[in-house]
Design a protein around this ligand. Structure first.
Ligand SMILES: [Zn+2]
Length: 868
């Protein structure tokens, strides 16, 4: 017996020795690949390493396939791993077809849907690291993939992988991941270790890359949106983030109040189911400090996971407490806020304080990600069937207050921008029809060619949320007390932001409609204009883009000082008159094709009052404090082909002997929305609540333009320069110049006036150069914005109010308390000083490259006509 057992044991050992190398070394662990454990103190894998590791897993495992889903802004390939069983891997197309069928209930009976839910596989998307400094999830992703491939999971991986197709994007921001890793490695071991970078961690957007998920300005948002609503159609989606360091260790849903009214109740319940399971799994394994129902609301559309809700996708968010990138921190228990120190129902196990390291974040994230995969498995059929059911609810149910449709009339001030809006809507999955005849809706006549968005469609919550006017609920800390601010925007209505007319229709109507497969951009006329001059309509943003391009080619261009009527057109004041030279004729076709702009022929212009335009040199200030609004301004400039030079603090400073003459180099200087203290000193005032977040930077990035820079700017304006200040940078002018204007709401308490990012009505004087091309009444984005008092000037000053808030009914979308405080105040002022101008734009005229409807205030400033 003994001998036999010995022999058996020897045989077993031999067999194990033969199998083990295959079983264990078939997949390289992240630790073996990187040479350090994922999440080790002060160690980071950069994007190149992450990508190479995933490609290695792809080669080593039949359960992992790595795909390229797009290119980042700085042209890095964006990767996504598909993780599922070998059997599923062979049938991915079949499973994608199944979810495609389930998405649209119009082509499927409930019985058929039940059958497909049984047959299909639930698709779960995990996106990581969109905010590049929130780096733990990009590191965790490697270990998660490895654990799933090798079966090192708290569940039977084979069973789970056979029912769940996990899509894992290790970083939605590969450019940022690379920047953050390089910066961190450069300063590790110095006093700047773990500190902030002086520039944005996304080329244009920085943190706002997670505010772009209905506008799709960024290639990264487009790549993931294609996965979400075009190519893979997941039923569940989680976006993994990090938050501040001293509160809860982890936030996971349920979200806190208020909910977006358009999101289906079944979806909120599904989110809670997943969130509660995560919290349970974490608790079971002894993880402390997990909170839900705090900080993160159910009211927002611009973030990656939130747009999911509106597409019937169970969208979740996780937010880990941060360390200093990869540097551990020690938190004193006294530094933990009371609300995270005491037990609460939504926070039953507080974390006591102590050391907190990157590996802790990786551990929590592994548990919550695996928990979500398990929940997807446990409720697979439900998730798939609910995907169908929510589409059915969207199409068939009309709840109280639901509109019947939205009509976008074909007659618009800026038709090309209208088409651009339709393009954006369609990319987000909105179905749009076009009328083949004139029709009546809610008693109003609409011409043939108008666009109709019916509320009854699979992604109804999304379509309605983008087109309707938001009414943010009046939520206070206590009855009659101060308002509780929303997480981000209170209102975002896309047609208002883009200056597009759109009517909400309450009652059903009949019309002959054709469903659009693509946006009907007009075919440009094949015969070029032969007249001496051509005219471009100033109401169209694309006309400005064409003008910027033609000015670079030294074209002769004027702005009409009055309206012009021709045989085929009626052009508003400020329209562009362009001498039709052979060079212009050569350049025009490409511009017309790109911008879809109409051109009109003009013969004699001698009678038209006009002012010449010059190709102005433009400088755009960039502080070393990673200002998102500066990034978006650059985005708008690049989008419209505006040439500019980025100016840094040093460009405003000279030596005693060698003074800087900005006017010799620039005609226009633009300051994006920024705290004036940061512009001047490089940091907010020490009493500001933001001061603690401004950690020191290496000396070359410290400071601002200084006193000297302010003096240089004064001289710049005196010599005839155009200085443009957007939103809060206007405060620099109030503080440093004797401009006859001030911010009327600088010290107004929140209980008297409150307007969290919302859309307000403004009145515009469109006969004055900065208002050219604007309608008389427009919608402006108000976000920590200004309301200006002006007064009768003296000396070398003058002022012209270009736009102002009306007397009443200011709110168009969002939330506004105390409108009287800003009623009749100015929003945009053209202040003349000596030979130059200071253009004070107190609203967000290019907010996140979304508010196309007010771009013209900025564009007009860049094109300020010369005095003739
Ligand atoms: Zn984040």
């Amino acid at each position: 017996m003994k001998g036999e057992r010995k022999l058996l044991r020897a045989l077993m050992s031999f067999l194990l020795l033969c199998i083990l190398p295959f079983a264990l070394s078939a997949q390289t662990s992240p630790e073996d690949f990187l040479g350090f454990k994922v999440g080790a103190d002060r160690k980071l894998a950069d994007y190149n390493q992450i990508k190479t590791y995933f490609e290695k897993l792809d080669q080593e495992s039949e359960k992992i396939k790595v795909l390229t889903i797009g290119q980042s802004t700085l042209n890095k390939p964006m990767i996504m791993a598909v993780i599922t069983s070998e059997q599923n891997m062979a049938k991915l197309d079949t499973y994608r077809e199944i979810v495609k069928s389930l998405r649209d209930s119009r082509t499927l009976s409930p019985e058929e849907a039940k059958k497909l839910a049984k047959e299909g596989k639930v698709i779960l998307l995990i996106t990581c690291n969109i905010h590049a400094t929130e780096i733990a999830s990009s590191q965790m992703a490697m270990e998660l993939a490895y654990k799933l491939a090798t079966g090192d999971t708290p569940f039977k991986a084979d069973k789970v992988l056979d029912e769940v197709i996990t899509l894992l994007v290790p970083t939605t921001n590969p450019d940022g991941e690379t920047m953050v890793t390089e910066w961190y490695r450069k300063y590790v071991g110095t006093k700047y270790e773990g500190g902030r970078m002086p520039w944005l961690y996304h080329h244009y957007a920085g943190h706002d890359n997670n505010r772009d998920w209905f506008m799709f300005n960024l290639p990264e948002s487009r790549a993931v949106t294609k996965v979400l609503y075009h190519d893979w159609l997941p039923q569940i989606h989680i976006d993994e983030h990090q938050m501040g360091s001293t509160g809860a260790r982890l936030f996971i849903p349920p979200f806190m109040n208020p909910p977006l009214p358009n999101v289906q109740a079944l979806l909120w319940r599904s989110i809670s189911l997943c969130g509660v399971n995560m919290a349970y799994d974490l608790e079971k394994q002894g993880y402390k400090g997990v909170v839900h129902d705090r900080s993160f609301t159910g009211w927002w559309i611009g973030a990656c996971d939130d747009t999911s809700w509106l597409h019937n996708v169970v969208g979740l968010l996780s937010e880990m407490a941060s360390v200093n990138v990869a540097t551990p921190i020690n938190i004193e228990s006294t530094e933990i806020p009371q609300s995270y120190y005491e037990k609460r129902m939504q926070f039953p196990n507080p974390w006591p304080g102590g050391w907190w390291r990157l590996r802790d974040l990786v551990d929590y994230e592994l548990v919550l990600s695996l928990s979500l995969i398990k929940t997807a498995y446990l409720h697979k059929e439900d998730f798939l069937f609910n995907f169908y059911q929510m589409s059915k609810n969207s199409i068939e149910n009309r709840e109280k207050g639901d509109p019947f449709a939205f009509v976008i009339p074909s007659k618009q001030d800026d038709y090309p921008t209208t088409l651009r809006m339709l393009d954006i809507l369609m990319f987000g999955g909105v179905e749009i029809h076009q009328a083949e005849e004139d029709f009546l809706a809610d008693g109003k006549a609409y011409p043939v060619g108008s666009f109709v968005v019916k509320a009854s469609q699979p992604y109804k919550p999304y379509a309605v949320a983008l087109l309707e006017k938001q009414k943010y609920p009046d939520i206070r800390q206590y009855e009659g007390g101060p308002p509780i601010p929303p997480y981000d925007n209170a209102g975002w209505t896309l047609p208002l932001q883009m200056g597009v007319k759109c009517d909400q229709i309450e009652h059903p109507f009949e019309a002959r409609l054709e469903k659009l497969e693509k946006v009907p951009y007009p075919t440009p006329s094949p015969s070029p204009a032969t007249s001496d001059y051509i005219l471009l309509d100033s109401r169209i943003n694309g006309s400005y883009a064409a003008v910027f391009s033609l000015l670079k080619d030294k074209a002769e261009i004027y702005r009409a000082k009055e309206k012009i009527e021709g045989k085929e057109f009626k052009a508003k004041t400020g329209s562009f008159i362009i001498k039709n030279t052979p060079q212009v004729q050569k350049a025009l076709p490409a511009l017309i094709e790109k911008w879809h702009i109409p051109i009109y022929e003009l013969e004699n212009i001698t009678e038209i009052p006009k002012a010449p335009l010059k190709n102005k040199t433009i400088g755009l200030y960039q502080s070393w404090r990673s200002n998102m609004d500066e990034g978006w301004t650059r985005y708008v400039f690049d989008d419209l082909g505006v040439s500019y030079t980025t100016l840094h603090n040093k460009d405003f400073k000279g030596t005693k002997k060698n003074k800087v003459d900005l006017k010799a180099k620039y005609d226009v200087i633009v300051f994006a929305d920024e705290d004036p203290e940061i512009i001047k000193q490089g940091k907010p005032s020490p009493t500001s609540r933001w001061a603690r977040y401004f950690t020191p930077l290496p000396p070359e990035y410290e400071g601002g333009i200084g006193k000297e820079g302010v003096e240089t700017l004064k001289t710049f304006v005196e010599k005839g320069g155009i200085l443009v200040t957007l939103n809060n940078s206007c405060q620099l002018i109030f503080k440093e110049f004797k401009v006859p204007a001030r911010n009327a709401i600088e010290r107004v308490e929140r209980s008297k006036f409150f307007c969290p990012t919302s859309i307000l009505k403004i009145k515009v004087d469109n006969k004055t150069p900065i208002g050219y091309g604007m309608p008389k009444e427009a919608a402006a984005m108000f976000s920590r914005s200004l309301a200006l008092d002006t007064w009768i000037p003296s000396g070398e000053w003058d002022r012209k109010v270009v736009a102002s808030f009306p007397e009443e009914n200011l709110l168009l979308s969002g939330w506004l308390l105390g409108e009287k405080v800003i009623a009749r105040k100015a929003a945009v002022v053209d202040a003349k000083y000596s030979k130059g101008h200071i253009i004070l734009i107190g609203i967000r005229c290019q907010h996140r490259a979304q508010s196309h409807g007010t771009y013209k205030f900025l564009l007009n400033a860049l094109l300020y006509p010369e005095i003739d």
